[in-house]
Design a protein around this ligand. Structure first.
Ligand SMILES: C[S@@+](CC[C@H](N)C(=O)[O-])C[C@H]1O[C@@H](n2cnc3c(N)ncnc32)[C@H](O)[C@@H]1O
Length: 279
């Protein structure tokens, strides 16, 4: 039971005892007297009842081993992306001092996980949205407090996909990983209203050149990777299960070989991994 015993009342308002505990704990964690904690509880409950996603209400969420700040500036990191990071880490397992690029970093979840779980990695992370990049910067400082030195191994760059990378990285990247936007505009209209509170630019992408809805971001990553990849190296891209066939064909067309598919915990095909062969 949390400090002031408001949990049951809050649970009745929210219709969830789990959410009530998290909301009350979060309000209490910020400290202050009973009156200010109560005011905070009420503000959080009102936001939640107003349809705000729980993660934005709480202002933080866990991703793999990290506690990250989350707010409307960036996508809420998802459990399926934790699996994509697992697959990405496996690709550079034998590589010493890997150079990693995370495209569309959002909150920084992928880049910061790789940087903390591979203390020898140098990670470059890009995002076209300055607001998302600002949140990633805050998370970088936050993570650095627990894992000192991370701040020197993660470089955050503003711009589209590979554009902001320094030319010296060409041919030297051991891993490109990305969770790009992959929802089509039509699908976005049918999403849960809570999901539609997340930045539209983090969710929605145009069609691929073959007409596959929402594939444009995935295609930009797969087609742009060649110039940057070392040989051998890997590209790991998350997407929707229905895009896997088109993306696999695309990965083969741009010369990645072998190409394999990664499933998420629910057993859905969730990412494509393509390797650039040895020289
Ligand atoms: C699905 S979110 C992923 C965020 C984070 N990597 C994660 O997995 O939680 C996609 C991200 O790609 C970014 N993005 C969209 N178009 C982009 C582009 N052309 N270049 C770089 N980033 C882009 C969005 O701003 C957003 O932060």
């Amino acid at each position: 039971m949390t400090g002031y015993g408001w949990e049951r009342e809050v649970a009745a308002r929210l219709g969830s005892s789990v959410e009530a505990r998290w909301v009350v704990e979060q309000a209490e964690a910020t400290g202050g007297g009973e009156g200010s904690v109560r005011a905070r509880v009420d503000r959080l409950v009102d936001a939640r009842l107003g349809g705000e996603p729980l993660q934005y209400v709480l202002g933080e969420w866990s991703f793999r081993s990290l506690e990250l700040s989350v707010d409307r500036r960036a996508l809420i990191p998802r459990p399926e992306t934790e699996q994509v990071v697992e697959a990405a880490l496996a690709e550079v397992h034998p590589v010493r001092d890997p150079v990693v690029v995370d495209l569309g970093t959002g909150s920084g979840a992928v880049a910061l996980s790789i940087a903390t779980e591979r203390p020898d990695a140098l990670v470059w992370a890009t995002d076209v949205d300055p607001e998302a990049l600002a949140l990633a910067g805050e998370n970088l400082e936050r993570v650095d407090r627990d894992t000192p030195g991370v701040v020197r191994r993660v470089r955050l760059l503003g711009g589209s996909w590979f554009d902001p990378l320094p030319v010296e990285l060409a041919g030297r990247v051991d891993l490109v990983v990305s969770n790009p936007p992959y929802v089509s505009e039509a699908e976005w209209g049918r999403l849960d209203p809570e999901v539609r509170r997340e930045p539209v630019g983090a969710l929605v992408a145009g069609a691929g050149s073959d007409g596959t809805p929402g594939l444009a971001g995935v295609e930009a990553v797969l087609c742009g990777a060649g110039r940057w990849l070392a040989r051998p190296a890997a590209v790991v891209v998350e997407m929707a299960p229905h895009q896997i066939g088109a993306a696999t064909a695309l990965a083969r067309r741009v010369g990645l070989d072998p190409v394999r598919i990664v499933k998420d915990l629910a057993g859905r095909e969730r990412a494509v991994v393509g390797r650039s062969g040895p020289p």
